[in-house]
Design a protein around this ligand. Structure first.
Ligand SMILES: Cc1cc2nc3c(=O)[nH]c(=O)nc-3n(C[C@H](O)[C@H](O)[C@H](O)COP(=O)(O)OP(=O)(O)OC[C@H]3O[C@@H](n4cnc5c(N)ncnc54)[C@H](O)[C@@H]3O)c2cc1C
Length: 455
């Protein structure tokens, strides 16, 4: 059956169809480094081609996995059952920048950063800025409800997507939302699709809300000799009703690792916060002064404000260099992105330190302190069986600790196949059953990205 379908796809997509192992293997991975090769890869250029392909897949009941740039951290873009990998990478155009309504219409395969560059001459930007913005697509960002450092002030994808063009499992094309600031006609399909991890429909186009580039920006680096004081300071900044653009943190092990790799003069400290504020000149200066006062009251041992763009970039270097340098601690890493209410950040860090001691494993924490989103990295040596076992147990304890504080098992990377075992723990069986009912309504044959999110 599959052979017949693939023959039809080949006749439609011609040189935009791959079925040789040497080619399809390149689409077998995402950032999890797990490998599931698709049978074939297709590269549609139009919504109509997506629809044609879905009609064929539907008729022959073949799994289809929509794919952006494969930067996902939860296995969402992997073809668990083989089948069709539908790469949206050629649907990468900006269709319209509507300066009158501050809305962009784009194709799903557009890389986030390319949109930002196109928007600059218009004096506008698109606030969601996942750290992967140079190698992730708007479609992937929508599917994962992605967010980045600016989420503290500007929120995540769900706050900026106004409407979608979608292709359903049977190939029908629908549109949700509109350019209207207010639109309450019917169920909000747009918000159901944002964060659905490519399990309900293929996103082909999106209407995105834009924002004027702020006039002014200041970056600060704050050093603490106690991680829990740093975490408490983050909570006190928010409690004092100051909303910075970003508050990122790195812990002691991350500081040591980055310093030993890059020798950039980082202090011997327990934690560093990188804080950024934007807005008009007056409000930015006022926020910087208030933040300085709160940091000093919170026990900061050093507070530095960048004087220009170059200095601001230097203050970000430590935060941006953590991931690539972690391999220096151990060759294995379990990396999750738990999130807790911001007021619970200090408590969560303390629990993580206790778990690190319990299993005698290094746990490196860094991430988006301003929205309580912690990248927890449990480091272990892959050739030591006992360390592998301990690392898995430690991650289980981390999830339990996070849930006990009212947190969530993923702040941005999604569930995919890596966290599906923990989803029920957070949401309960009734919610999972409801997800299954919703999935059936969109995709009765379960062909769009099956086996993800327990579906
Ligand atoms: C170094 C690094 C840093 C990262 N930093 C962040 C960060 O700061 N914040 C954050 O949120 N994430 C981050 N991520 C995770 C990842 O980049 C995001 O999840 C991103 O949104 C994935 O986009 P992608 O185009 O690579 O999608 P892919 O990995 O190709 O796919 C991800 C999921 O989206 C689905 N999908 C893709 N396109 C479509 C479409 N058109 N229609 C329907 N479903 C679709 C896929 O089926 C899959 O389930 C990071 C990843 C890396 C490797």
């Amino acid at each position: 059956m599959r052979k017949k379908a693939y023959k039809k796809l080949k006749s439609i997509f011609k040189d935009r169809y791959l079925d040789e192992k040497i080619d399809t293997i390149q689409y077998a991975y995402d950032a999890t480094q797990k490998m599931y090769p698709p049978d074939v890869v297709i590269f549609p250029k139009t919504t109509e081609e997506v629809s044609q392909a879905m009609k064929i897949a539907y008729k022959y009941s073949i799994p289809v996995v929509p794919r952006g740039w494969g930067s996902g951290f939860s296995g969402g873009a992997l073809n668990i059952d083989g089948g069709i990998c539908m790469s949206l990478e050629l649907m990468n155009k900006v269709i319209e920048i509507d300066d009158d309504n501050l809305i962009a219409t784009v194709e799903a395969g557009l890389v986030n950063y390319e949109l930002q560059e196109i928007l600059k001459p218009h004096g506008l930007f698109f606030p969601p800025d996942p750290s992967s913005w140079k190698f992730s697509t708007i479609g992937g960002n929508i599917a994962e409800n992605a967010g980045g450092p600016r989420a503290v002030k500007y929120g995540v994808m769900k706050d900026w997507v106004m409407g979608l063009e979608l292709v359903l499992a049977d190939g029908s094309i629908i549109r949700s939302g509109s350019k209207n600031v207010k639109d309450v006609a019917g169920y909000n399909i747009t918000h159901l699709i944002v964060g659905s991890e490519g399990t309900l429909a293929v996103v082909t186009k999106a209407l995105l809300k834009l924002y004027p580039i702020p006039e002014y920006k200041k970056t600060m680096q704050v050093v603490f000799d106690d991680m829990s004081r740093a975490a408490q300071t983050v909570s006190s900044i928010i409690k004092n009703k100051i909303i910075p653009t970003s508050i990122e943190f790195i812990d002691r092990d991350a500081i040591k690792t980055v310093e030993s790799a890059l020798h950039i003069g980082l202090p011997k400290a327990d934690a560093i916060l990188v804080i950024e504020v934007d807005g008009d000149l007056c409000s930015v200066d006022e926020s910087v002064n208030k933040i300085e006062m709160l940091c000093k009251q919170g026990g900061a041992i050093n507070f530095q404000v960048a004087q220009d763009e170059k200095e601001a970039d230097e203050l970000w270097i430590a935060r941006r260099s953590i991931s690539p340098t972690l391999k220096r601690i151990a060759d294995g890493k379990l990396n999750e992105d738990i999130v807790v209410p911001r007021s619970k950040l200090a408590e969560m860090i303390k629990l993580s330190q206790d778990i690190s001691k319990k299993y005698n494993l290094s746990i490196v924490n860094f991430g988006h302190a301003g929205d309580g989103n912690i990248h927890v990295n449990i480091m272990y040596n892959t050739d030591k069986k006992d360390e592998v076992e301990k690392a898995n147990k430690a991650m289980n304890d981390i999830f339990d600790a996070c849930l006990s504080l009212g947190g969530a098992i993923s702040g941005e990377h999604g569930i995919g196949i890596t966290k599906d075992a923990f989803l029920e723990k957070q949401l309960g069986q009734r919610s999972i059953n409801l997800f299954k009912d919703i999935k059936r309504a969109f995709d009765p044959k379960n062909i769009i990205n099956p086996h993800k999110m327990k579906l």
